[in-house]
Design a protein around this ligand. Structure first.
Ligand SMILES: Nc1nc2c(c(=O)[nH]1)N(C=O)[C@@H](CNc1ccc(C(=O)N[C@@H](CCC(=O)O)C(=O)O)cc1)CN2
Ligand SMILES: Nc1ncnc2c1ncn2[C@@H]1O[C@H](COP(=O)(O)OP(=O)(O)OP(=O)(O)O)[C@@H](O)[C@H]1O
Length: 187
């Protein structure tokens, strides 16, 4: 299947979920994450969910990370450049929604992309090989490209893998894991 087609299908599937489902499924995903061998690292990047798009609610993962005293990084997106800058999330970080309804830190301590050990990635779809489909603006393609090679890339999805994404290109960086409410995929 092609990315454009998968984007439309999976946006619709997500849209059909009930608010209660989103909470329960997001909690399942957070619980599954605890089984991964990723908890010795230091810098964890996480997305702040766009609730209007019914993304996986990352609040449960944020709770795990702060319970484990990890450094948590969240981003500010530049929609003109298609790039992201990363800031430490602390008790005093002010979060404000941008015009795309993405919650973002207002300011804070900026951290270089190369410091990041683990990235949790929002997905619309993914395949059995660990390829992913996002919104198609290239934010995560560019971001993952700037990470160090050993950074662990973990997709989060309410839905299971499709067989194959047919139009992957050389910008695409594969996931190491994908977590769904039902299972952990290791690539
Ligand atoms: N929570 C979160 N943060 C993220 C992403 C994400 O997917 N989720 N991104 C991942 O790349 C980047 C932002 N990318 C985005 C790209 C497009 C739209 C957006 O609203 N696009 C359409 C509407 C989409 C729809 O129909 O559902 C629009 O332009 O109106 C939002 C975020 C960086 N931060
Ligand atoms: N490293 C990069 N540098 C510059 N442009 C890039 C890079 N990676 C991807 N792009 C561009 O960004 C767009 C992303 O398209 P693609 O179909 O790969 O989106 P996607 O798989 O949904 O990923 P994303 O979630 O990052 O948007 C393409 O136009 C591509 O040319």
């Amino acid at each position: 299947m092609f990315k454009a087609e998968l984007r439309e299908t999976y946006k619709q599937l997500r849209h059909n979920l009930l608010i209660d489902d989103i909470e329960n499924l997001s909690l399942e995903i957070a619980n599954k994450l605890l089984k991964l061998p990723i908890w010795n690292a230091s810098f964890y990047h996480i997305f702040l969910s766009i609730t209007e798009h019914k993304e996986v609610n990352t609040d449960y993962i944020l709770n795990i990370l702060s319970g484990k005293d990890k450094h948590i990084l969240v981003s500010k997106s530049d929609f003109k450049k298609g790039t992201m800058r990363h800031f430490l999330l602390t008790d005093s970080t002010l979060i404000k929604k941008n015009s795309y309804n993405i919650p973002e830190p207002v300011d804070g301590i900026e951290i270089e992309t190369t410091k990041i050990d683990v990235v949790f990635i929002p997905l619309l779809a993914f395949d059995q090989e660990g390829n992913r489909v996002g919104y198609g603006k290239g934010f995560y393609d560019r971001f993952l490209d700037d990470c160090k090679p050993e950074t662990i890339k973990i997709g989060l999805s309410f839905f299971e893998a499709v067989n194959r994404i047919d139009d992957c290109n050389n910008h695409d960086i594969k996931l190491d894991y994908c977590i769904t409410p039902k299972q952990v995929y290791t690539f």
